[in-house]
Design a protein around this ligand. Structure first.
Ligand code: FE2
Length: 276
């Protein structure tokens, strides 16, 4: 299965304030006001940072009982473009797994909760999206390196993603000076889209993760998107100026990537990294 990360949706209280924060943090200079709407219901107020659906969607959760036969996530969630959408749809139907199928204009999507109840969206690839993907990667100051999902049963999540969605599990690539965390596949799993840990990460919550690694933030709890930027020192300066705490993990989990962790104003965990 060929696949790529399309965007991440992040729940926020104040769309305008969050827009300023994320634009500044990621060095984003584009905004998509129309195209991304092909992939999302209009249940939630939202806005999009990035181009043609590639980037970050900020959305405002509403009261669950105001949703009409729809679901919303309280956590950041990922939308993924897959090339063999038909076979995924067929497998989901045959397995009697509950999901929401939507077709907006000519774009088909499926929304579901994997076994650990992380909301995920899968979108059918096409030539337009391929072109927009190339445009985004050529012009954007950031890209989504991975989406990390907390899973209470990593193997159950992995089997679901492997068997029903058809993504292929890989092996974690650890650096020489690895931090104090487990890469046992029962505790951390990787669905790679490259050979440098880009893709989808499933992790079992590890209460001691932050303590053992001298971090403020625990990246194994609650999931997080990871954004790759060009200059992480600039990000650290910005965060210092804003008095926002961050955990500077340096290179500890993935060879060639300097990572930091922080919370946005809504306590969403974020990872920012830079290739080094
Ligand atoms: Fe991460």
């Amino acid at each position: 299965m060929n696949w790529k990360i399309f965007n991440v949706s992040i729940p926020v209280k104040d769309l305008e304030k969050s827009k300023i924060f994320y634009n500044d943090l990621l060095g984003n200079n584009t905004v998509d006001t129309e195209f991304y709407k092909n992939f999302f219901s209009d249940d939630n107020e939202d806005l999009f940072l990035g181009s043609n659906g590639f980037g970050v969607r900020l959305f405002k959760p509403k009261h669950d009982l105001e949703l009409n036969d729809n679901i919303q996530s309280r956590r950041s969630y990922v939308s993924i473009i897959i090339n063999d959408f038909e076979s995924v749809l067929k497998k989901l139907q045959q397995s009697n797994f509950r999901f929401i199928y939507k077709k907006i204009n000519s774009f088909e999507t499926v929304i579901l909760q994997e076994p650990s109840l992380n909301m995920m969206q899968f979108i059918k690839s096409n030539e337009i999206l391929d072109k927009y993907s190339n445009d985004f990667f050529e012009n954007s100051n950031f890209y989504i390196h991975h989406m990390n999902l907390e899973s209470l049963d990593v193997r159950e999540s992995v089997h679901f993603i492997s068997d029903l969605i058809g993504l292929k599990e890989g092996n974690w690539v650890a650096p020489n000076d690895k931090g104090d965390f487990s890469i046992d596949k029962k505790e951390l799993s990787l669905f790679p889209i490259s050979n440098d840990n880009k893709g989808l990460h499933f992790i079992k919550p590890d209460e001691g993760f932050a303590f053992r690694n001298n971090f403020i933030h625990n990246p194994s709890i609650g999931g997080h998107p990871a954004f790759t930027v060009k200059n992480i020192n600039l990000i650290k300066e910005k965060l210092d100026n804003l008095n926002i705490l961050y955990s500077d993990a340096n290179v500890y989990a993935m060879p060639g990537f300097h990572q930091i962790y922080l919370y946005d104003a809504n306590a969403n965990t974020l990872e920012i990294n830079q290739e080094v």
